[in-house]
Design a protein around this ligand. Sequence first.
Ligand code: BGC
Length: 414
Amino acid sequence: MKSILWAALALFCLAGTAGAQTPPTAEVLHWWTAGGEAKALRVIADRFQAEGGRWIDNPVAGGGGDAARTVAKTRLVGGKPPTMMQWHLGLSLKQLAEEGLLGDVDEVAKEGGWDAALPALIADNARYKGHYVAIPVGIHGENWLWTNPKVLADAGVSVPKTWAEFDAAAAKLKAAGVIPLALGGQGWQQVIVFNAVVLGTQGPGFYRKALVDLDAKALGGPEMVAVFEQLARIKGFIDPGATNRDWNEATQLVIKGRAAMQLMGDWTKGEFAAAGLQPEKDYGCDASPGAGQAYLVAADALAVPKLSDPAQRRGQLLMAKIAMDPKVQRDFSLAKGSVPARRDVPADGFDACSLKAMEKVRNSPDILPALGSSMGVGAAEAGAITDAVAQFFASSMSPTQGARTLRDAIDAIR
Ligand code: BGC
């Protein structure tokens, strides 16, 4: 009897100390490692810690997140999930949910009125079968052209509005001895250029047909050959040092005036801001050539793995409350260059580039999913297209072969 009492008392004490001592804990796996990205994440981390949470930072470097997603997936499948993980909203998130790998933060979402606070596109892509399996934090656009105004002016060119103007400007810049286009030779960066060319040369309708519906005729047809012809010209406007260059190193080339332009998502703005530069004065942010108001979006979120540890579960719920807080969303996006996922965050304090982005996110008739974020197509399809584009950049195949390789890559996984 005595020993049972002792055991009961010991258990009681253990439970009591565990409850009192283990704060909400979050191991956060992410690829936000560049200057502006890290600053943005710190907004969430600082608030999490201020509210008593224990933050365990787990950065997996590599822009675009291929490496981080591979690590995360392996851990999920192996039953050792992180508490939270950076992910894009969309199909690849839904695939994880279908595999039963995600939990939800519905109780916080309900109490916080997320359905009303988020645009329908974002809320729909953050839910699986009605459950919030991810916390949306910010909306990025991928089809931006970043420029160094002084370098353009010195070469006597203005910001190109069409791809024909781009070619003419790039030729002049090259003759003036600067790198026309700063690019890193990594598939996900090359595919951002490819997306911009598809959109800007063939229009939003064709973009949807080819890169959302994966229509075989669009993928292998004459319009796509024209896209690869433009890519072939672009290959002549990048420098030999591009191989494996990170996106933020490419931005540094523009900042330092060694390169004139970069095609990249608006996380780039975080780098310009971190360097103390002013938009539309020290650097330009314009739609990629020919895009007009059409906007290729990638929505950043923190996905919620299914787990059983109570401290981590409390960590997920605290994180949901914090990351969706209007002030946190505002400060996060100010540092990151994104548009807050919530639509009730006021626009004041955001700079000229962000205001352009907000206008598109809120009013453009052509909001399309960026390919790399796999919002429109699954992870396997996005990967196949990325590989085909990377192959084109790395070889001397003709534009016709490029379009065929692309169509075959999708055929192979259908
Ligand atoms: C993410 C951004 C990130 C960028 C570069 C994109 O996939 O959506 O949040 O800044 O990759 O790492």
